[in-house]
Ligand binder design. Structure first.
Ligand SMILES: NC(=O)c1ccc[n+]([C@@H]2O[C@H](COP(=O)([O-])OP(=O)(O)OC[C@H]3O[C@@H](n4cnc5c(N)ncnc54)[C@H](OP(=O)(O)O)[C@@H]3O)[C@@H](O)[C@H]2O)c1
Length: 332
């Protein structure tokens, strides 16, 4: 079967389409024939190398943490899945750089990592929703539950995670101010429910936020990181919460704790999606909730672009340039 592998860290040119042999599924494993593979920013971090990984990674690596497809066959001892069932998975049981392998036509996956995909959800939606949706859930359900009367600043509000946060926070009644890198993305953010949008590369976003809400936002949800996080402290209301969940522009520099007091008794949190991914039962419950929200139209998974698996290098180039709103899907 075909798979994309890297033999060294580096640029998108490291992603090579190769023929590899996949053994029959072992005990407790299910062979999944992929129909849609998610491109997540973490795949770019794995390809580049050096992002959180404490040790050198053994090469070659098939990148990718998330895919949807159908059960092709089951290994010994698997009696809860049968060939033909629609399934999806995200992550295994460790950090995003462990046990990758989704950039392939097929993969053997531990049976307990699979979730059933309901009829109302397409394969693209499923694999655009699991990682990004559980990341949003780790913020909205565990760190800062938005409610009516609150104003929330969401950076890159048209991005994969940002678009889900924007829809979910708006649905819960909060007023969302969304930043975006282009007018088209600002339009997408408004479609997702943002009441106000700011072209944060063109204007001083701190001043723009203060014009809308002079005392500052109750919370900031920030997946951009280096380019936005420190300035976001100046757009946060006293006793407000800053959530950094991602580093698309690079790592946030060290923060001096005293600044949190000076800038208004702020709280800072840096959640990781591990909470959901490492526990299969918790992940299935979260997936069920996300699929339900999507089936009811509360969360719309916007597929910004699809690429053939062979075109993964171009997909990475475009993702790193932030060319698309929403999720990017690879087709095996
Ligand atoms: N904490 C966790 O467990 C967790 C889970 C999932 C994802 N993440 C992280 O969250 C971040 C966002 O993920 P995502 O899936 O929403 O990504 P995405 O869909 O690829 O969106 C990233 C967006 O960030 C903005 N951006 C600003 N500076 C950028 C730069 N230098 N390079 C690329 N993009 C830049 C762009 O939006 P504009 O054009 O609007 O500026 C871009 O579209 C990533 O860092 C990812 O690793 C963390």
């Amino acid at each position: 079967m075909k798979a994309i592998r890297i033999h060294a860290h580096g640029g998108p040119e490291q992603l090579r389409l190769e023929d590899i042999d996949l053994p029959a599924p072992g005990p407790g494993q299910v062979r999944v024939r992929h129909t849609a593979i998610a491109l997540n920013f973490s795949d770019i971090n794995v390809r580049r190398g050096g992002f959180y990984q404490p040790e050198p990674m053994a090469m070659p690596i098939i990148p990718g943490n998330e895919a949807a497809g159908v059960v092709a066959s089951v290994g010994p001892g698997v009696d809860d899945w049968r060939p033909g069932q629609r399934v999806a998975y995200v992550g295994m049981d460790g950090p995003f750089y462990h046990h990758t392998g989704a950039y392939a036509q097929e993969r053997n996956v531990p049976a307990d990592r699979l979730v059933a995909v309901p009829d109302a959800i397409s394969d693209e939606q499923a694999c655009g929703l699991l990682l990004k949706g559980t990341t949003a859930a780790s913020i909205i359900e565990r760190v800062f539950p938005p409610r009516a009367g609150q104003v929330i600043l969401i950076h890159a509000a048209a991005s994969g995670v940002g678009s889900i946060l924007t829809q979910w926070a708006s649905h819960l009644g909060a007023t969302v101010i969304g930043t975006a890198g282009s007018p088209a993305k600002a339009e997408a953010a408004r479609r997702h429910g943002a009441a106000h949008t700011i072209l944060y590369r063109e204007v001083d976003f701190v001043a723009a936020v203060k014009q809308i809400v002079p005392e500052g936002a109750h919370a900031v949800f920030d997946g951009v990181g280096k380019d936005t996080f420190v300035r976001s402290m100046d757009c946060t209301a006293p006793f407000g919460t800053l959530v950094n969940y991602g580093n698309a522009s690079g790592h946030v520099p060290p923060i001096d704790m005293i600044d949190l007091a000076i800038k208004g008794s702020l709280s800072i949190c840096r959640p990781g999606v591990h909470y959901f991914l490492k526990d299969a039962a918790r992940l299935r419950a979260a997936a069920g909730k996300l699929f339900d929200l999507a089936a009811r139209g509360v969360l719309r998974v916007e597929i910004g672009a699809t690429y053939a698996l062979a075109d993964a290098p171009q997909a990475h180039i475009d993702a790193e340039a932030g060319r698309h709103a929403g999720s990017i899907v690879l087709r095996p």
